[in-house]
Ligand binder design. Structure first.
Ligand code: NAD
Length: 443
């Protein structure tokens, strides 16, 4: 099938690559000429396991191409994905300017029926706005053409995006059009072989499903962080509590890890956006407001532990940080907890010496060159000349480090662990002073 994808980001690029891999003929359109040029030279703009060979092999085979030529993109696809960003507006609501700009572009260039599939995460009612934009643009150009707008939210997880798109848990199709549904069933049939994963529903429910999923996941995290904070104050160990509650199948073990807060491009913005949408329909989303507030506070947690330990003064200290990305297996730094920590440390006069397996280039791009940030090539070299260690991201490579070496290299044998990677008793045996989340203030 001829497929066009507008937006070559985490969602658009991965979706395009897996569509090409199963044999669809894909053209990707972006406004970023540099990104398009580099992709054609084999440079993949993001880190995602398995993505580089997938994109490059499909590009070489001619199944996927990249362009900034929107007219070519619109002419190519019988189905057209919108996969552009929906960043938070000033008040936290989703900014639809990129989505609506693509809708206008599609209308300007189309000369036959198109199925416009919205993959971006957008508030309920956006499909109506996209339809209105296309209708209005077509009318202004005197074109009489038909089109469908379908809601087809994306559920991929960064760090496992290729696998998630190849083997989705579910494929939500929001449409009332039988012909559009038939076309999307055909488009997705290579990903729907094991059992039927397609769930067809009305457009508004499909739009809300995406927010409900992300808000539920964010709620689980903030809930566990609240329990961790209580455990700390009450002298309990959240790891025992986690195992204790996870054994109830109604709760389950997944996604109940406490830590130094959630980040990324989705949870923070989607919780905020649903809170604002709720206000728009006269509803006060109290649970979601609390989820956001708890997370905001949780991101300050590591800095609070550090300040408490040092009596409020870290001026002149050098802090080793392991992990900068908002979660493992990605280079995405959007809303990462490490950023909140680093910015607080800098404000307090400390220096940072940091290592991340994939996010160093992105960190450099965000913060540029500064005297108080030193990005180094290995986790061990981050310890050289550092006063203590902080862990912000649970990369696998941090799970079993050489504790003797850590102790030997740090000026103070002290670890602040925002991801609860180690056992406090083991740290005690190694003679390391260890702070974790919800496991007792220190051992
Ligand atoms: P991104 O910022 O990585 O990429 C967006 C791309 O769109 C950029 O390359 C940008 O240049 C391009 N773009 C902007 N305007 C354009 C236009 N008019 N025409 C063509 N391209 C244009 O964004 P992302 O992380 O891929 O997210 C895209 C959407 O998918 C968002 O709504 C997001 O909430 C949603 N989503 C993201 C994830 C995720 O894990 N990143 C998962 C599910 C859903």
């Amino acid at each position: 099938m001829k497929v066009t994808v507008f937006g070559i980001g985490y969602v658009g690029l991965v979706q395009a690559a897996v569509m090409a891999e199963v044999g669809h003929d894909v053209v990707c359109v972006d406004v970023d000429q540099n990104k398009v040029d580099r992709l054609k030279q084999g440079h993949i703009p993001i880190y995602e396991p398995g993505l580089t060979p997938l994109v490059n092999s499909n590009y070489e085979a001619g199944r996927v191409d990249f362009t900034i030529d929107a007219a070519r993109g619109v002419a190519h696809g019988e189905v057209i994905f919108i996969a552009v960003g929906t960043p938070p507006d000033e008040d936290g609501s989703a900014d639809l300017k990129y989505v609506l700009s693509v809708a206008k572009t599609v209308a300007e260039h189309m000369d036959s029926h198109k199925i416009i599939i919205n993959k971006s995460t957008v508030p309920v009612g956006t499909a109506d706005k996209v339809s209105a934009k296309v209708t209005e643009t077509l009318a202004s150009l005197g074109k009489e053409l038909t089109f469908d707008v379908v809601s087809n939210p994306e559920f991929l997880k960064e760090g496992a995006a290729v696998n998630d798109c190849m083997r989705p848990d579910r494929i939500i199709i929001g449409t009332e059009s039988e012909s559009a549904e038939k076309k999307l069933r055909e488009l997705y049939s290579p990903f729907n072989r094991n059992h039927d994963k397609i769930i067809v529903m009305d457009i508004r429910s499909a739009e809300l499903t995406k927010y409900a999923a992300n808000c539920m996941l964010a709620t689980k995290i903030s809930f566990m962080n609240e329990m961790a904070n209580l455990a700390e104050l009450m002298g309990a160990d959240i790891e025992n509590v986690r195992r204790g509650i996870g054994s109830d199948p109604r709760i389950g073990y997944q996604f109940i890890y406490p830590g130094c807060g959630y980040g990324g491009s989705c949870f923070p913005k989607d919780v905020q956006a649903l809170v604002r949408s709720a206000t728009g329909v006269g509803y006060n989303a109290r649970v979601l407001e609390a989820v956001e507030a708890v997370n905001y506070a949780q991101k300050e947690k590591l800095f609070e532990y550090i300040m408490r330990h040092f009596g409020g003064d870290v001026k002149g200290k050098t802090v080793a940080i392991w992990g900068l990305s908002f979660k493992p297996n990605t280079d995405d730094m959007r809303e990462a907890s490490s950023r909140v920590l680093m910015e607080s440390l800098w404000e307090a006069g400390a220096k940072v010496k940091a290592y991340d397996p994939e996010a160093m280039e992105e960190t450099q791009r965000i913060y540029g060159s500064r005297d108080d940030l030193n990005l180094v090539g290995t986790k061990e070299s981050a310890l050289d000349g550092a006063d203590f260690l902080v862990i912000c991201t649970e990369w696998q490579a941090f799970r079993a480090p050489d504790f003797e070496l850590i102790k030997q290299k740090l000026a103070t044998p002290l670890i602040f662990d925002g991801r609860n990677l180690f056992e406090p008793n083991m740290m005690l045996e190694y003679g390391l002073h260890y702070y974790a989340i919800g496991r007792g203030l220190s051992v």
